[in-house]
Design a protein around this ligand. Structure first.
Ligand SMILES: Cc1cc2nc3c(=O)[nH]c(=O)nc-3n(C[C@H](O)[C@H](O)[C@H](O)COP(=O)(O)OP(=O)(O)OC[C@H]3O[C@@H](n4cnc5c(N)ncnc54)[C@H](O)[C@@H]3O)c2cc1C
Length: 359
């Protein structure tokens, strides 16, 4: 952590907010370019991956997840889990000896005449900083999409699927019909839970479910070993039941269950964008920025990573197509494309290499 005396308001060239993979990749680029930056995360680094279900594999292959030119090696040459990736991110941070102020959420971001003022909220109390430029690398999954129904905060209800073991030989109602619902249903059923899915549409979302999961799930539903309640909405959760209503009318009915898993998706926290004056457009509240530099309509405020996609209904930005954000921002700030970006085997590295040659 960076040292700070009480009452001091230190000043930096750049403040990076968010230490997910893209924030970390940008930190390597800025460090290597000799830029004086400070880096914050509200939680531990890689927080988004830390709440993924245990042993969940990326669909992205390793070379597309690698950051800052550091390859991901493993003993099976296949897709890695969230836990594997967290270990990799920790090694990248150790390799470059990056300083990250973890557990220090940025709560206020104000544009001033010559840069930005930031207020953070670590447990010890508020701190204040100044930075000439700010990069928001805060992702797009900070909060679960709540249903705002009675019973949503009961202890047997969760928006986070962590471990199928919790549901062994218990009744589990899963709400949702996209990929996470499908993955949770199959894993929990295979782990010995009695699973039922409630989805508001008449059919599962075949476009949003991994192609190898869909036939598997459909086969279990047809065999009657996983229950499916299509075209139903959840009205209320009690300690023993879920109250469901048929979409389009009909009498609500009580479905007995021990646990409820709300696989209703996640969204980013756009409060810092709003506070700083970033314009958000359309249904997906997409921030306005220049795709050549990633600079927003607020001068010297940049976006790196999936935050640039707004509230993604359909995912368009992933780790693999965000590496170039770190390159564009580094180039905008230092005038040079970074030497280390993406992985040796990825398209991004080839792009970076072409740009280095062109410089
Ligand atoms: C189950 C699951 C599987 C997935 N599989 C893939 C996959 O295969 N490939 C892929 O590319 N993506 C996948 N994703 C999405 C992936 O998690 C994101 O693409 C990735 O995390 C985005 O990286 P990022 O650096 O932009 O943001 P994030 O990793 O979300 O990092 C943002 C960071 O900002 C911090 N932060 C937020 N607000 C503040 C604040 N106010 N102050 C300080 N810090 C703050 C957060 O704590 C967090 O650490 C998956 C997601 C899930 C849930």
């Amino acid at each position: 952590m960076n040292d700070l005396q009480v009452g001091e308001r230190p000043s930096y060239d750049v403040a990076i907010i968010g230490a997910g993979p893209i924030g970390i990749e940008l930190a390597v680029c800025l460090q290597q370019a000799g830029v004086r930056y400070i880096h914050f995360d509200a939680h531990q680094l890689g927080y988004t991956m830390s709440w993924w279900p245990r042993n969940t594999n990326f669909f992205s292959t390793t070379e597309r997840l690698a950051i800052a030119g550091v390859p991901i090696q493993n003993n099976h040459q296949q897709r890695i889990t969230g836990e594997d990736y967290l270990a990799y991110l920790r090694s990248v941070v150790e390799q470059f000896d990056l300083m990250i102020n973890t557990y220090e959420p940025v709560t206020t971001l104000i544009r001033t005449a010559d840069g930005f003022e930031l207020e953070t909220a670590p447990l010890a109390g508020p701190r204040h900083y100044r930075a000439a430029r700010v990069v928001l690398a805060i992702g797009d999954m900070e909060w679960p999409n709540r249903l705002d129904i009675p019973g949503e905060d009961l202890p047997h209800v969760s928006h986070y699927f962590r471990d199928p073991h919790e549901y062994f030989r218990r009744r589990l109602l899963i709400v949702g019909g996209k990929n996470s619902a499908a993955e949770s249903a199959l894993r929990c059923w295979r782990a010995g839970a009695e699973v039922t899915i409630s989805y508001r549409r008449p059919q599962l979302d075949s476009e949003r479910i991994k192609h190898w999961l869909l036939p598997d799930l459909q086969a279990q539903i047809e065999a009657g070993v996983i229950g499916f309640l299509p075209a139903t909405t959840l009205l209320e959760i009690t300690p023993t039941h879920a109250l469901l209503a048929p979409v389009g009318g009909g009498a609500p009915f009580a479905h007995p269950t021990d646990f409820v898993l709300l696989n209703t998706g996640f969204h980013g926290d756009q409060s810092l964008l709003r506070m700083a004056g970033v314009e958000l457009r359309g249904e997906n509240r997409v921030p306005v920025f220049d795709p050549a530099t990633m600079e927003t309509n607020v001068p010297s405020l940049y976006l790196a990573g999936t935050v640039a996609a707004g509230v993604q209904q359909r995912y368009t930005l992933f780790i693999e197509n965000c590496h170039e954000h770190a390159g564009k921002i580094t180039q905008a700030i230092t005038g040079r494309w970074p030497a280390r970006l993406g992985s040796v085997a990825s398209r991004n590295y080839e792009l970076a290499f072409e740009q280095i040659q062109a410089n």
